[in-house]
Design a protein around this ligand. Structure first.
Ligand code: HEC
Length: 124
């Protein structure tokens, strides 16, 4: 019985790790086209941005919500249905970059769960 339990724990762990690397791959292929990970280091890098860097966004989200669940829920909704009213981004950011296009049809709900799990682990 104990052995089975240990085996189960192991499998769950592996499954979770798998989810994380999936999340990173999905993020790299579906979000990183627009969002760089780190903040820009130079004026040139800054001018090349087409969307706010993830590091800053995640920091902003963390400080806007009390719990990870709330911020994850916000992200899940926003990424599929972004509107100016919902945006936590500062208005000048939206003026500069435009509103984020809905990722409906680009990511599935399932993929988005993995991306969000990855992001909230990555930027604690
Ligand atoms: C075509 C470019 C583009 C793609 C692809 C894209 N984004 Fe965005 N995203 C933006 C822009 C521009 C903004 C800033 C304006 C805004 O908030 O709508 C933004 C804002 C955000 C925000 C902050 C919303 C807020 O108001 O606080 C989050 C979180 C986010 N993106 C996550 C993602 C994730 C995760 C993916 C991949 C599934 C993704 N984005 C794909 C362009 C993009």
């Amino acid at each position: 019985m104990k052995k089975i339990l240990i085996a189960c724990c192991f499998l769950t762990l592996i499954a979770q790790c798998d989810d994380m690397s999936d999340g990173k791959k999905l993020y790299d292929s579906k979000c990183a086209i627009c969002h760089t990970s780190a903040r820009p280091n130079s004026m040139a890098e800054m001018n090349a941005l087409i969307a706010p860097p993830m590091e800053g966004l995640m920091f902003h989200l963390k400080t806007s919500f009390n719990t990870k669940e709330e911020s994850n829920k916000f992200m899940k909704d926003y990424i599929m249905n972004p509107t100016k009213e919902k945006a936590l981004c500062m208005p000048q950011k939206i003026q500069k970059f435009g509103l984020m296009p809905s990722q409906k049809g680009v990511v599935t709900e399932d993929e988005l769960d993995k991306i969000i799990a990855y992001l909230s682990e990555q930027y604690k």
